[in-house]
Design a protein around this ligand. Structure first.
Ligand code: PMP
Length: 351
């Protein structure tokens, strides 16, 4: 007889990552194409020598370095096993069965999965026609069961951002007993708009005890394979997260690599400038080729191809180009190296 497994899990899909195969051009997971800097390699090699010991459970050196860099207290910062683990922890500290988690759709695919695994109910508010968060509709969707709100900014998979004044008004209007997550996995790829508008969640979280910011070392810092993310929040929220976190969630190697990447942040962030130039080149070429592609503030672009999405991504895969299709909504294309982007453009503009 097979063991009893919660029957409600049957209806919940497992997270499906971007696929790859040898020789493929993988533009499916919003990773960086460059490996770690020599200084980060060295930090990893040194950390390997100490792996007979458990990691520092609080990731003290990393947390201190992040706090200093962000201008917050160490009590405001926690490191996690990727920011997706922090998303899960945030659901765990706020929700039980019957509670509601509110987020835009489409947004990060993990939100509905982790919500349902916790026995809570996802409440999905459609993006606007411009693929941006509809903050007014999200406010209107709050009920007395809402415990948590995710605002994915920039939004994965559409690459759009919300305006600062609108987000501030939203945060001011959300009841203070509802925790709001500002998921800023792609923060390092954002730049102020022509009129100076720019959202920095850490600034908005100052003095707002119900706001938590999540960022990651997986994207701009290029450490996706090591799994390190961090949270910035009120100390009470940080303490609650530490109670539900798996013990020793962030490995010694991951802590040291993240610390050393932070020390090299100027060099790593300079790479984001180059990526943004490529992103805008790809977008301009697509628009010139007749695609409806909005501006992106992330390391990917969004093609709202509706029912053509699956067929477009399958045709690309046949040519060794791995993209990410989202149902009948669109296709997300990660910006890679220039030659990879050229291969994608060649495919897209012939299709
Ligand atoms: N949030 C968003 C919006 C993401 O797109 C991702 C990764 N795809 C994550 C969180 C999780 O990133 P990680 O766990 O690698 O830090």
């Amino acid at each position: 007889m097979t063991a009893h497994i919660r029957p409600d899990l049957d209806a919940i899909p497992a997270y499906i990552p971007g696929r790859s195969f040898p020789g493929a051009i993988k533009l499916a997971s919003n990773e960086t194409t460059q490996g770690p800097l020599p200084s980060v390699h060295a930090a990893i090699a040194e950390a390997v020598g100490g792996v007979n010991r458990y990691p520092d459970i609080r990731a003290t050196a990393l947390v201190e370095s992040l706090a200093k860099k962000l201008g917050v207290a160490t009590e405001n910062v926690a490191a996690g096993n990727g920011s997706v683990a922090l998303c899960q922890e945030v659901v765990q500290i706020t929700c039980g069965p019957g509670d509601e988690v509110l987020f835009a759709w489409r947004a990060f695919e993990a939100y509905p999965i982790i919500t349902r695994v916790a026995g809570a109910t996802p409440v999905q508010v459609p993006l606007t026609a411009d693929h941006v968060h509809d903050l007014d509709a999200m406010l209107a969707a709050i009920t007395d069961r809402t415990r948590l709100i995710f605002v994915c900014n920039p939004n994965n998979p559409t690459g759009t951002v919300v305006r600062r004044a609108e987000l501030e008004a939203f945060l001011d209007a959300v009841p203070s007993n509802i925790l709001v997550v500002l998921d800023e996995a792609y923060f390092e790829y954002t730049r102020p708009a022509a009129d100076g508008d720019h959202v920095d969640g850490v600034e908005l979280a100052r003095g707002r005890r119900n706001v938590i910011v999540l960022r990651t070392f997986s994207k701009a810092y290029g450490l996706a394979g090591l799994r390190v993310g961090y949270a910035v929040a009120d100390p009470d929220v940080i303490t609650a997260l530490s109670k539900v976190r798996i013990a020793f969630a962030v490995s010694t190697i991951a802590q040291q690599a993240a610390l050393s990447s932070l020390e090299a942040s100027a060099e790593l962030l300079a790479r984001t400038d180059a990526l943004i130039v490529e992103r805008d080149r790809v977008r301009d070429a697509l628009v010139a080729g007749g695609f409806d592609v909005g501006t992106s503030q992330s390391n990917f672009v969004w093609l709202p191809l509706a029912e053509r999405s699956g067929e477009f991504a399958s045709a690309a895969a046949e040519q060794g180009l791995l993209l990410r299709a989202y149902g009948n909504d669109g296709v997300r294309v990660t910006i890679g190296d220039p030659h990879e982007n050229d291969a994608f453009l060649k495919f897209a503009l012939q299709t």
